[in-house]
Write a protein that binds this ligand. Structure first.
Ligand SMILES: [Zn+2]
Length: 261
């Protein structure tokens, strides 16, 4: 199952639990993760950490989680079929090394944590190096594929270019658009309502965008989360997935960068 941990003002840190195996994605801070492990009857340690990119709100909690990864608890961790034998296992792009990432990953790499397989995708663009983690496994009781996309795609929007480049970001969004339509998108921020407000201004006659905006606004009024979001829903209502060319993508990104809401 997937656990959601709120962090900072609008971040989500994701936890993947497969029986007693526990993996954390993008721990920008650690307090709720530490509490969870201390209070859980199944989870006693952290098998590994997955990092998407080097921004502080994604890596800031790594060092405080190291004590939970020192013991060898019998959990098997493999990278491209090779057994890893010295924890802690912190996976991420090479430019995250200074924050504690010690196992670098790239496009096409395959992680195996017990019987859970996780595929690495390069989705750079928001930052110079940015990866996403894709899994589709019954072992975590998720019948749908799951993609942890960090700050690349958001509900109704996409990440800004902050150190990366717009062409790479476009390519990354295109790559995500080719995942199975039933993929659940686990992004790292709750930005959906503002993103869709922008989308309604961009496409004032689009009923599906309007409908989704009203639904999301209601959810947010009740302080409900809008994440994960379904890729098919994003394909229908997210301006950055709906656009048909790089030129249009860049134009929308520039408009959004200046948009005051
Ligand atoms: Zn970021």
């Amino acid at each position: 199952m997937i656990h959601k941990f709120n962090a900072f003002s609008d971040n989500y840190i994701w936890g993947i639990q497969n029986e007693n195996t526990f993996i954390v994605v993008d721990p920008g801070e650690s307090v709720r993760i530490r509490e969870f492990i201390k209070n859980s009857s199944d989870v006693k340690s952290l098998a590994c950490i997955l990092i998407t990119h080097n921004h502080h709100d994604h890596v800031g909690g790594i060092s405080e989680l190291l004590p939970f990864m020192t013991e060898n608890t019998g959990i098997s961790v493999k990278l491209n079929g090779r057994n890893l034998t010295s924890p802690p296992y912190i996976f991420g792009p090479p430019n995250c090394e200074e924050f504690g990432v010690n196992n670098f990953v790239k496009e096409g790499d395959m992680l195996e944590v017990n019987d859970l397989c996780i595929k690495v995708m390069d989705i750079s663009g928001h930052t110079k190096e940015h990866v996403g983690y894709y899994t589709h496994s019954d072992s975590i009781a998720c019948s749908q594929p799951i993609f942890f996309c960090g700050d690349t795609l958001f509900g109704g929007g996409c990440g800004r270019v902050l150190g990366g480049c717009i062409k790479s970001l476009y390519n990354a969004i295109q790559k995500i658009s080719l995942l199975p339509k039933e993929t659940q998108i686990y992004c790292a921020h709750e930005y959906t309502e503002a993103n869709l407000k922008f989308a309604t201004e961009l496409y004032p006659n689009d009923d599906r965008i309007m409908e989704r905006y009203f639904m999301v606004s209601k959810e947010r009024k009740k302080n409900e989360s809008t994440i994960p979001t379904l890729l098919s829903n994003e394909l229908a209502t997210n301006p950055f997935l709906k656009c048909s060319s790089f030129t249009e993508f860049r134009r929308i990104r520039e408009l959004k960068d200046c948009w005051k809401g």
